[in-house]
Design a protein around this ligand. Sequence first.
Ligand SMILES: Nc1ncnc2c1ncn2[C@@H]1O[C@H](COP(=O)(O)OP(=O)(O)OP(=O)(O)O)[C@@H](O)[C@H]1O
Length: 606
Amino acid sequence: MAAGGIDVSRSSDAAKKEYNFYRNGSRDVYLRQSSRDGERRQIKRPNDHDLRRNDGRHRSRLASEKGEQREKEEVQRPPEKKRKFSPIKWDVDQKVSKAPASREKTKSPFTLPTTNVVSNQDVDVAVTRKTYPKDQVNGVVRSPEPDHLTPEQPLEARLFGEHPVDDLEEGQLEEEQVIDAPLIKTSRWGPGLASPKEELISRDDNVPKASRWNRSSLTPECGELVVSQEQHCNSSGSGSGHHSVEKLSGGENSDHEYCSSDSNELENEEPVSSSQGGMNMLLGSRSVNGFQKLNKINEGTYGVVYRARDEKTKEIVALKKIKMKEDKMEEEYGFPLTSLREINILLSCNHPSIVNVKEVVVGGKNDGDVYMVMEHLEHDLKGLMERMKQPFSTSEVKCLMLQLLEGMHYLHTNWIIHRDLKPSNLLMDNTGKLKICDFGMARQYGSPIKPYTQMVITQWYRPPELLLGAKQYSTEVDMWSIGCIMAELLSHKPLFPGKSELDQLQKIFAVLGTPSEAVWPGFSSLPNAKAKFPTQPYNQLRKKFPAISFVGGQILSERGFDLLNGLLTLDPEKRLTVEEALNHGWFREVPLPKSQDFMPTFPPKR
Ligand SMILES: Nc1ncnc2c1ncn2[C@@H]1O[C@H](COP(=O)(O)OP(=O)(O)OP(=O)(O)O)[C@@H](O)[C@H]1O
C-alpha cells in the first residue's frame, strides 16, 4: 500500500478537525497549566528571523498560518512565572555588544528568564544566513547501487592525522567539565565568600562539611545564579592556568583567544560587584532525608537517578544525585559544570515537553551531596523501544514528534541548544506525555555565534559538521538529532550506530551521500574534511524508509520522507529549523497525530 498521505488542509475537513483537536488540545494543556499555576514567565521570543536564519525556505502557505498562530500566542501569553530558585542571567559578551552605555542598557539574547527585550537588530547579526535552492538539500539523486566503502588505508589516520580516534559508545562524551575553586573565585559565584576554602563548589576535607556550601555567606540580595555565556579566555587566566586556550586564526576571531572547550567558557567571567553575584540556590534547601528512595532508575554519566517518595506530599518523584568529581589528584574537582548548567536551565524552563525540576535538595550520607528533584516519568524512549513488541504506529510517532518539536521550539526560541538529544533523554509517561530531560550539555547561544566544543551530542545522534570538527554551530545540531530520533521511532533501531567517529561519518555518508562543495558549501574547509572519504554520490535514505512495503514493514509517505530528509540534511545551513519541522505538512496528513489521551500505556520497567 502506498503511504502517500492526504493533505487535510485541502481534502479532509474531518481530519483537519482531528488535527486541530490534537493541536488545540495540547495547546489547551499548555494554557490551562499556565493559568493554573500562574507562574509562567513572559519571555521575549525571537521571531523566525531572529531565531536562526532567513534562508527563504519557509513555505508561503504555512507563513500565514504561522503568523496567525503567533498572534494568538502573543495575545494569550501566560502571565509571568515566579522564579523557582534563581534566574539564569546570561552575560553579555562585552566584546561583541554594540558599546552599551551601561550594563543595564545592554541588549542581549542572554536574558532568558528576565523580561528584557531583545531587539531584532541585535539578533540579526547571528541569524542572517545564506539562501540555498531547496533542491540541493542532501543532493538527493537516485542511485543504481552504492559505491563500496573500501578505504585504501586506515581512514582514521587520514581523517584525524596522528591522533587516534577513540571509540565513543552511546552515552559517552569525551569531556566532562567541572568548576574548580579558582574559577569560582573570579566568577559571579565568588562575591561574598569568605575565603577560597569556603568556595561554594570546591570540596576539601579540611573544610567543615557544613561550610562547604557556605550558606552563611549567602544573602538573599546576592541570590542570582549567574552563568556567563561566551567568555573570551583570558590568557592570564583566573588563577588556575590549566585550561587550554586555542588561538583561532583568520576571520573575525583572529584577534582573540577563544576557549577551546566548554570548560573554559566560565574562565574569563568579568569581575562582579557584590550586588551582582553569589548564589543562594541552596539557601533554605530541604534535606534529601525528606524523601524515601524507592529504587534506582538509572545511572548516567553525570548522576544517579532514583525513584523516590516525597514524605511530605507522598508524591513520587525522580531524584538525580549529582556526581561530584571526587578525585582530588585532579586539578579540577567538585561540582560539575554540566550539572550546574542543567540545574540552572531546568529551573528556568517551564514547558509541558520539558521535565520539571521542582527543587534542589542537599544532604544524605554525605553532607555535600546535591540532588535535583524532578517530576517522575515512567519511561524513557530508549528503554521503551527496546521493550516494545510492536513499533510505534505512524500516528504515534507523529504525536511524539510534535511534543518533542514543541519542547525544542520553546528551547530554541529562548536561545538554548540542548546538545544531547537522544531517545534515552526523552521521557514518557503513561498518559502519552513526552518530556525532554538531561540538560547537562545544554547551553545558551548568542549573537554572533561563537566557537563551542564539538564534543557534544552522543555520537550516534551527532551531526556531520560536529564530527568534521566545526566549532561554530547553533540550533541546527539539535535538528539533526531530532532527525535521527524520528528515524529510530519509525524503525525502532538507531539510524547511524557508528562505532567510532570515523565510522559514524562513514555510516552517515553511506546513507546520505558523501558531501561535496556543491551539496554543502563550506564543507571542504571543515577541520576534518581533508580526509578522502569513500565516494557515495547518492542519497539512499529512501531505501531505508520506503513508501511501499510488500512485507508489512514501516512505510513513510512522501511528506514524511520530506520531513526526515529535511532534518537529516548534511549542510546545517539547509537543515530544517524547528519551526519548519513543526509546521510540516506530514503532521496534517492522515494518519493524523494520535491524541496523547489515546497513546498506548506500558508497564513500568522493573
Ligand atoms: N525525571 C525522570 N523521571 C524518570 N526517569 C528519569 C528522569 N530523569 C532521568 N531519568 C532516567 O535516568 C536516565 C539518566 O538520566 P540523565 O540522562 O538525566 O542522566 P545523565 O547522567 O545526564 O545521563 P547521560 O549519561 O545519558 O548523560 C534517563 O535516561 C532516564 O532513564
